[in-house]
Design a binder for this molecule. Structure first.
Ligand code: DON
Length: 561
């Protein structure tokens, strides 16, 4: 592995990232947890130490994140979970939000037929029927070993007793406060009596604690029926939202067959539709497998050119073919087939960038990492990879009065109108149109890589459309470029999504001269951005030791024992 390209890469990473990259990596032989919140990761290890398995710990982390990382951790949103069990079986769980029964295709179009983005993102109608609570409880019931009360106790404690706000959280709350001003229940939580919260203030969430207690005591009914459901539906009625008691009671978790692929002798397990992530990662890996990326080197023009051309083709397929498989026949076998990928890549020109059609139809997403990914692994090799979200940070900004939790704005992930980009500039059509009871297409890509049945990598990320490419690059960095987990996660990332035909990149994403070479090859729209693509809290197993890192782009934390 110690060839020239690897050494170059190590040098670049060491020079560029030494202040950041090795800050939060821990190793353990009994279990590891990494998430966007150190408090939540500590909760995971607390559960493992009590004898819980990785599923118990993951559920505890999920509920804890709803308290300690409220911009994305949630009980009012949804997500996806990939689990590798101790016998090697991989299962996936879809607890994505669903469109309410009253939803219809044109619901976000204004009188002139344009998409009303304010309505699709910042209104009660933006909220899909939440799935997180049903998902976490179902996973616990099937594969956990501890009681609901035991795994929820830390989250309830954190909400009830509070915890000191970090500078990161206090700053974030201050930034978002204005956008919540129309919702008194939101400002009651995210401001200190109308004033900004300060770092070090103890932040207590009493209503949320009560909501969590109802779930702890009554299970699914403690959220989807009874007082919490009444409060949520009352707020919907007050604000003209659509979610009804019937929608809540009808919410169902789906266990789906994992997307599986292979790459250089490793097995890739990831999320099937309604997430596009797993299929796209497998498709891109299939396209690149014939090329020796290790020899080509990390960050070189040739490697980036290959990656961008794979991204361009895979994201074009996403827009055309992907949606909720319960409503639309997604051609999954085709999308993940190695021959299809080779055929799709047969027009690849090693010297020249290809053109995306209809350049400019999309827009770039604002920088944001407001979904969250956490990875958990225990001593028996059970691995849990979960990505969860309210969609944009703090969702639709509406806290359910009396219930203390934010609602999602996931309805914007549908294609509100053919050819109209969503908040991430993603396009869609028939496959992802709004329909009652349908799940909106996602990019969330919780992923597990195994070799001979043993877990090698547990990864995933927030970042809207960039999620898939972040996971793709963590896989390439570990499997092709031989990086350890902190290097693989810290390494600067690039992103291309077919349309708009732009390569976005983080600082120092290329070796010297590569950017100019890529421009000469026809990648003319190269757009620098901050060090902020993704937040890939990941685990890598090397020589039998679990190494967990929290992405240095954000203020997360890993824990081990
Ligand atoms: O499901 C999806 O693909 C999006 N709702 C994820 C949103 C996200 O990652 C926000 N972070 N930038």
């Amino acid at each position: 592995m110690l060839n020239r390209s690897y050494l170059t890469c190590l040098l670049v990473l060491t020079l560029v990232f030494s202040p950041l990259s090795f800050a939060n990596t821990v190793s353990g032989s009994n279990g590891v947890v990494t998430s966007r919140s150190q408090l939540a990761s500590d909760v995971g290890v607390e559960i493992l130490q009590q004898g819980g398995n990785a599923i118990d710990a993951a559920v505890a982390v999920g509920f804890a994140l709803a308290v300690t990382h409220p911009s994305a951790g949630n009980i009012g949103g949804g997500g996806f979970m990939v689990i590798k069990l101790d016998d090697g079986t991989v299962v996936t769980q879809d607890h994505r939000e669903k469109a309410p029964g009253a939803a219809f295709p044109d619901m976000f179009l204004d009188a002139t037929g344009d998409v009303d983005r304010r309505k699709s993102l910042y209104s009660a109608q933006a909220a899909g029927v939440p799935g997180s609570v049903a998902g976490m409880l179902d996973a616990l019931q099937r594969y956990g070993s501890m009681s609901r009360q035991a795994v929820m106790a830390p989250a309830i404690r954190l909400a009830e007793q509070g915890f000191p706000l970090t500078p990161d959280m206090a700053g974030d709350f201050a930034r978002v406060a204005d956008s919540m001003s129309g919702y008194p229940a939101s400002t009651a939580i995210f401001t200190n009596n109308g004033q900004p919260w300060q770092a070090g203030d103890i932040w207590v969430q009493s209503d949320l604690a009560e909501s969590l207690k109802r779930i702890s005591e009554q299970g699914k009914d403690g959220f989807y029926r009874g007082r919490t459901a009444d409060l949520l539906v009352a707020e919907m009625r007050r604000l003209g939202g659509m979610i009804t008691h019937e929608d809540l009671q009808a919410y169902d978790v789906k266990w789906r067959e994992a997307i599986s692929g292979s790459y250089r002798g490793y097995d890739i397990w990831s999320m099937p539709p309604p997430s596009s992530g797993g299929a796209l990662v497998v498709q891109m890996l299939n396209m690149l497998e014939p090329y020796d990326l290790e020899a080509l080197g990390w960050g070189t023009a040739n490697t980036i050119h290959l990656m961008v051309e794979a991204q361009r083709r895979a994201y074009a397929d996403r827009a055309e073919h992907m949606g909720d498989p319960d409503f639309y026949p997604v051609p999954l076998a085709m999308l993940t087939d190695k021959d299809y990928a080779r055929e799709r890549f047969s027009d690849f020109n090693p010297e020249q960038a290809s053109d995306s059609e209809d350049i400019g139809a999309g827009t770039w997403p604002a920088e944001s990492t407001e979904t969250t990914h956490y990875s958990v692994m225990d001593k028996d090799g059970i691995a849990v990879s979960v990505t969860t979200t309210l969609n944009l940070g703090y969702g639709n900004r509406i806290v359910v009065p009396g219930a203390g939790f934010l609602l999602n704005n996931e309805m914007d992930d549908f294609s509100a109108k053919p050819g109209a980009p969503n908040a991430y500039g993603l396009l869609g059509d028939e496959a992802n149109k709004i329909e009652a009871g349908k799940r909106m297409l996602s990019s969330m890509t919780p992923t597990i890589v195994t070799r001979d049945g043993e877990t090698v990598l547990v990864t995933g990320s927030p970042g809207g459309s960039t999620i898939i490419n972040t996971v793709f690059q963590v896989i390439l960095n570990t499997l092709d470029h031989g990086m350890n987990i902190d290097q693989a996660v810290a390494a600067p990332r690039i992103h291309h999504q077919w349309q708009p035909d732009i390569v976005r990149y983080e600082p120092d994403a290329f070796v010297e001269g590569a950017l100019e070479t890529l421009e000469r090859m026809g990648h003319t729209e190269m757009r620098p951005g901050g060090y902020g693509i993704g937040d890939a809290n990941s685990i890598l197993v090397r020589d039998g030791v679990m190494h967990a890192t929290s992405d240095p782009r954000n203020d997360g934390g890993a824990a081990a024992y």
